[in-house]
Structures are given as structure tokens and as C-alpha cells.
Design a protein around this ligand. Structure first.
Ligand SMILES: Cc1cc2nc3c(=O)[nH]c(=O)nc-3n(C[C@H](O)[C@H](O)[C@H](O)COP(=O)(O)OP(=O)(O)OC[C@H]3O[C@@H](n4cnc5c(N)ncnc54)[C@H](O)[C@@H]3O)c2cc1C
Length: 567
């Protein structure tokens, strides 16, 4: 039975210590932390996990260098601590990366002043990264020829962390950790309503995929609905001291703009003197972001956003040809849920970009609801711990925190994986050695689960073949996703478990004969057509090449049996 069905069966008429609403980073990390400490937890999201804000971030794990501009030293100190801790716990998934800031002669800061800022950042960050550097104009020209240095006075390089795969996949790693610790979790399950009966909450839930409604009960609720926390609290009559306001941010994915693969993040001041970035994403670059006050969580990348970002890039980079709309491979948009207090002055009147980006956790002891307002991916471990403390206060006993609900497997396990990969010459099997050794990639994405993938590749070398052109996904990863990643719709895999939708153009996806095989492995031959039609927007929209594509070969199927039991 598919994983999701099993979990919905557990949630239906279930009785939990805590029901968590929302499977973005805050809900996922809460589920991992509570389940990891012995609580009986259910986690639901009305979309896919991480399908709202948590798929729209810049993928950066950072201490907030730019908040130094507002002298928010305490916030920067706390964020740097969270960054350092996260980088230590996820050595393969979060890489330290240089932020290479070229400073314009007419820009807000002289290079020496920015270098002082970078040095302070390094101090405040307790030397958790390599030291910053002051860069001369000549140095910038040699090290990154793609930067237009005509009006550049000099620059700095400071360091932070970056999620190598993507934010949504990182979120899913917490969902998986929660599941491994016994939590019941399901995507595409919406909270319709909830009421208190005696000392319990009884919640009505809806399976968004089938429209079936059912109920479940829990002693406490964690509201982790991100931009929707206020309306969710209102729906059960809860008033809070905090509320959310929205800041829209967009990113554009374009062909790689930097000279070397994945070497650094470029940082520039835009015309409004706000920092924006060119961030590596696999073999692509991501440009962004923006910071616009909006009144709704539902946003789109509009023409003005695109024009603004393209003009900023073209003015600051020496590209072979100016970047145009045609170069855009994918667009991402989201709203940062920013916390303000409902009491006191209306803080939305202050300078928008100066509103604090710190999260707040608020508990209603009478109703037994914990709400998470705002936050960052970077701060997620603190959120997990803070919510656990609140849940304990509400009378749910938790085991001692051994800090084993997050992080990558132990060093000895990693050494054994790389030893086995070396012995079977795994990295020689792959077709594109220039990007990243396959062993690194499998270890990073799957940890302990990657051992079974080695078995499957030993059984059938075709399992190590790329499945969609330049997507950096091999066949065996599909079998693993089908078994354990709760892929309900094709988009879940294409956009969130992998980043194929972000780095491969729509035209290339439409010409991909491998997509039918992807769908058949993920959903089985009977369900593949429906899911392909859903992905392309109707049965008649599925491209001929995809329709005619071959399914998995018998050999691949039987090797996949190492990983996936037949549906
Ligand atoms: C442009 C941009 C760039 C950013 N860059 C960074 C960065 O580089 N580094 C960083 O650390 N942070 C960054 N952030 C911040 C970070 O992404 C967010 O703070 C974080 O993702 C918020 O997570 P969340 O879990 O609170 O919300 P969400 O991810 O939005 O999750 C809430 C979930 O609740 C679900 N939900 C709502 N109502 C219901 C219901 N009734 N039933 C079931 N489910 C429901 C939604 O479907 C949604 O999936 C960025 C944010 C933006 C917008």
C-alpha cells in the first residue's frame, strides 16, 4: 500500500498527543522534534509538504549579514548560532559558500567599511566560517570575470551556508525523520475545522486528492500554517498577541551566470540600495530576491519584478549577451511571514525592510494551541526545540532531548558508504562526471538509505543512468522516491523532492521521453496517465514524446524491487 494511504489510515479516527497543521519547515521540524522525543504526532498539509513559502526561499542558511545595516546585533548573533549549528549537523547538505560582494563607487558603502562589517559579522558569528576577505577591483576581475567592474571600487567576500539541493527537499528530510520516529504524516490533507470536546481537540480533515472527509483527535494542536496562521487561529476563535504581515520575494532561475560551477554567491546592491544575489543552483543561477509589502499570501512573479531583476543584473554583470525574459527557466515567488505584535503600535508603519525576521512561538494554555509565527529555514532547530518545550508545558511528557531527531548519519556510516561506492567504482558509472561525483550526491540526498541504492545498482547498472536529460537524477532515485517520499502528484517529485522543474526548461521537459518512465515508477502503470495529465494540465496536453516514452525495463523493475515492494 502506498505510504500516504497507510498514514491517512492511521490519522483517520486516530488519537494523538499533538496534531500539527502545516508541513512547511516549521511544521516539519516540529513533527521531527516531538516524534523524536516520543510524542504521538500527526502532521498534515493541505498541499504537498513545503509547497508554500518553504519552497520559495533563497536556499541560504545565513546569519543575516544585511541585518547589521540596522544594527540588529542580537538577531545576527542568534541567527549565526543557528547557522553554525545547522551547518555542523548537515555537513553534506549545507555547504559553506563565499558571498562575493562587488561594491559600486556610488554605492552606499566603501569597500573598507564593508570589510569592517564583514569582520564584525565573522566575530558575531563566532568564527563559524572561514575569514572574510577584502577584494581589490583587480582581484574581482581575475576571480570572477563575469562581474562588470567598470564602476566597481572593490569588494568583500564573507561566508554563509547554502542548501545544495533545495529548501523543499530539506523540509522533507524532517518529515521523513518524523515518520521514522513513528509520526503519522500526510500531504494533501486539509484541516477543515477543529473544536474542543472536553480536554481534546476533534478535527475534521479532508483528503484533497479524493475529497474524502474524516476526523481525528488530539490533546494539543500546533498551528504551523505559515502565512495562514492568523486565519487558522481565527477559525477556532483564538486571539493572539502576534500576527503576520507579508513581504513578497521572487527569484528567477536562469542559465549559469558565474564562471565556475557552484563556486560562490554574487551579491550586489540594487538601485534601491538593497542587497540582491546570484545564487548557484546545480548548473543554473538563481537571481533575487525582492522585498515588497503585499496584503495577500497568494502572489505571482509580475512583469515589473522581472524587468527590475533583469535590468539590475545586466547593469552589473559582463554577460556575453544581456539576460532577457527568454532566458528564464523558472520563476519562484513567495511571501515571508513577518511577525508583528497585535498589541502596541502598528509596526507595519515602520520601514518595511527593517521589520524583524525573527520567529515567535505563542501558546494558548487554555485552548492548548501553540502557534509558530514567522521564522527562517536557518532557525528551524530552535523552532523545533521551543515548540517541544511548550508542548511539554501543556502536559505532554517528552523523552530527554538527545538531539538525534535531526542531522546526518554518523561519520563511520558515511565512511562505510563511500568505501562501498569506491569498491564498486560507482563514480565511473555516471555519464556526466564534470558536475558532482554520484557517490557524494547519493549520500547527501539519502544518507543511510543510499546503501540499498548501491545494492540496486550492483544488481542492474542501468539503475545509475540519468533519467531526464540534464536533471541530475538517476533511475534508482525514482524507485527510492516512490517507496519513501510520499510523492502524490508528479509535481511533488518534479518541483520539491527533486528540483527538475526549476533547472530544466518546460520545453526540455515536454521533449523528455524519460518522463513516462518517471511517472510509471512513481505511480505504477495504471496511475501514470492520470498523473501525467494532471501535471501537464489535461490529457490532451501531454506531449507526444512523453506519451510515447518507454516505461521501465524489466531489468530495472526487478532491481527496483530491492527498494520498492510492488504496489
Ligand atoms: C523570497 C523568500 C526568500 C527566503 N529566503 C530564505 C533564506 O534564504 N533562508 C532562510 O532561512 N529563510 C528564508 N526565507 C524564509 C523562509 O522560507 C520562511 O520563513 C519559511 O519557509 C516559513 O515556513 P513555514 O513553515 O512557517 O510556512 P510554509 O512553508 O508556508 O508552511 C505552511 C504550510 O501550512 C499549510 N496549511 C495552511 N493552512 C492549512 C490547513 N488549513 N490545513 C492544512 N495545511 C495548511 C500550507 O499548505 C503550507 O504548506 C525566505 C522566504 C521568502 C519568501
Amino acid at each position: 500500500m502506498p505510504l500516504r494511504t497507510t498514514h491517512i489510515d492511521r490519522i483517520r479516527d486516530g488519537s494523538f498527543d499533538t496534531l500539527i497543521i502545516g508541513g512547511g519547515i516549521n511544521g516539519a521540524v516540529t513533527a521531527a522534534s516531538l516524534a523524536g522525543r516520543g510524542a504521538n504526532v500527526a502532521l498534515v498539509d493541505r498541499g504537498d509538504f513545503a509547497s508554500f513559502t518553504s519552497q520559495a526561499s533563497s536556499n541560504l542558511v545565513w546569519g543575516g549579514f544585511k541585518y547589521l545595516e540596522n544594527y540588529e546585533l542580537w538577531l545576527v548573533f542568534k541567527l549565526c548560532q543557528s547557522r553554525n549549528r545547522l551547518m555542523r549537523a548537515y555537513r553534506a547538505n549545507i555547504k559553506q559558500i563565499g558571498f562575493y560582494a562587488a561594491l559600486d563607487q556610488k554605492g552606499p558603502y566603501k569597500p573598507w567599511f564593508a570589510a569592517l562589517g564583514a569582520l564584525s559579522y565573522w566575530f558575531v558569528g563566532q568564527f563559524g566560517t572561514k575569514a572574510p576577505r577584502l577584494l581589490s577591483r583587480d582581484k574581482i576581475e581575475t576571480e570572477e570575470p563575469a562581474i562588470n567592474t567598470k564602476s566597481v571600487a572593490g569588494g568583500i567576500e564573507y561566508r554563509d551556508g547554502i542548501l545544495i539541493d533545495n529548501d523543499a527537499r530539506f523540509v522533507f528530510s524532517f518529515v521523513r525523520s518524523a515518520i521514522e520516529a513513528g509520526a503519522a504524516a500526510a500531504n494533501y490533507v486539509e484541516l477543515v475545522s477543529a473544536e474542543r470536546h472536553g480536554d481534546r481537540w476533534v478535527a475534521r480533515l479532508r483528503d484533497v486528492d479524493t475529497n474524502e472527509e474524516f476526523q481525528t483527535s488530539a490533546r494539543t494542536i500546533v498551528n504551523a500554517a505559515g502565512p495562514f496562521v492568523d486565519e487558522t487561529n481565527r477559525s477556532w476563535g483564538l486571539t493572539t498577541n502576534h500576527r503576520i504581515v507579508y513581504s513578497k520575494g521572487i527569484h528567477l532561475v536562469v542559465p549559469r551566470l558565474t564562471t565556475r560551477y557552484h563556486s560562490k554567491v554574487l551579491a550586489f546592491y540594487d538601485d534601491t540600495e538593497r542587497l540582491f544575489y546570484v545564487i548557484p543552483m546545480g548548473r543554473r543561477s538563481v537571481i533575487g530576491t525582492t522585498d515588497t509589502r503585499v496584503d495577500t499570501p497568494f502572489t505571482e512573479v509580475d512583469e515589473d519584478d522581472i524587468e527590475f531583476l533583469l535590468s539590475q543584473i545586466n547593469a552589473r554583470m559582463d554577460l556575453d549577451a544581456p539576460l532577457t525574459k527568454d532566458d528564464i527557466i523558472a520563476r519562484r515567488t513567495g511571501v515571508r511571514p513577518l511577525v508583528v505584535t497585535t498589541t502596541g503600535s502598528d509596526q507595519t508603519d515602520v520601514d518595511w525592510t527593517k521589520l524583524s525576521r525573527k520567529h515567535a512561538v505563542e501558546t494558548d494554555h487554555r485552548q492548548r494551541v501553540v502557534t509558530i509565527f514567522g521564522g527562517k529555514l536557518t532557525d528551524c532547530l530552535n523552532v523545533g526545540e521551543e515548540v517541544a518545550a511548550e508542548i511539554e508545558e501543556l502536559g505532554i511528557p517528552l523523552e530527554k532531548d538527545l538531539h538525534n531527531w535531526y542531522g546526518e548519519p554518523a561519520e563511520v556510516t558515511k565512511e562505510e558508504f563511500f568505501r562501498q561506492a569506491r569498491l564498486m567504482k560507482l563514480d565511473r558509472l555516471r555519464s556526466k562526471p564534470e558536475v558532482e561525483p554520484l557517490s557524494d550526491r547519493l549520500w547527501r540526498r539519502y544518507g543511510r538509505r543510499a546503501f540499498a541504492m548501491l545494492d540496486a545498482i550492483r544488481e542492474e547498472p542501468a539503475m545509475a543512468e540519468d533519467i531526464i536529460g540534464s536533471a541530475d537524477y538517476i533511475r534508482v532515485e525514482l524507485y527510492e522516491a516512490a517507496r519513501s517520499e510520499m510523492v502524490t502528484k508528479l509535481e511533488d517529485f518534479m518541483r520539491r523532492r527533486s528540483k527538475i522543474d526549476l533547472v530544466v526548461s518546460d520545453a526540455d521537459i515536454a521533449h523528455s521521453a524519460g518522463l513516462r518512465e518517471v511517472a510509471e515508477i512513481l505511480f505504477g502503470p495504471d496511475e501514470a496517465d492520470r498523473r501525467l495529465a494532471e501535471y501537464f494540465g489535461g490529457p490532451d496536453e501531454v506531449p507526444e514524446v512523453v506519451n510515447a516514452g518507454p516505461g521501465p525495463t524489466q531489468a530495472a523493475r526487478s532491481a527496483g524491487d530491492f527498494l520498492i515492494s510492488p504496489r
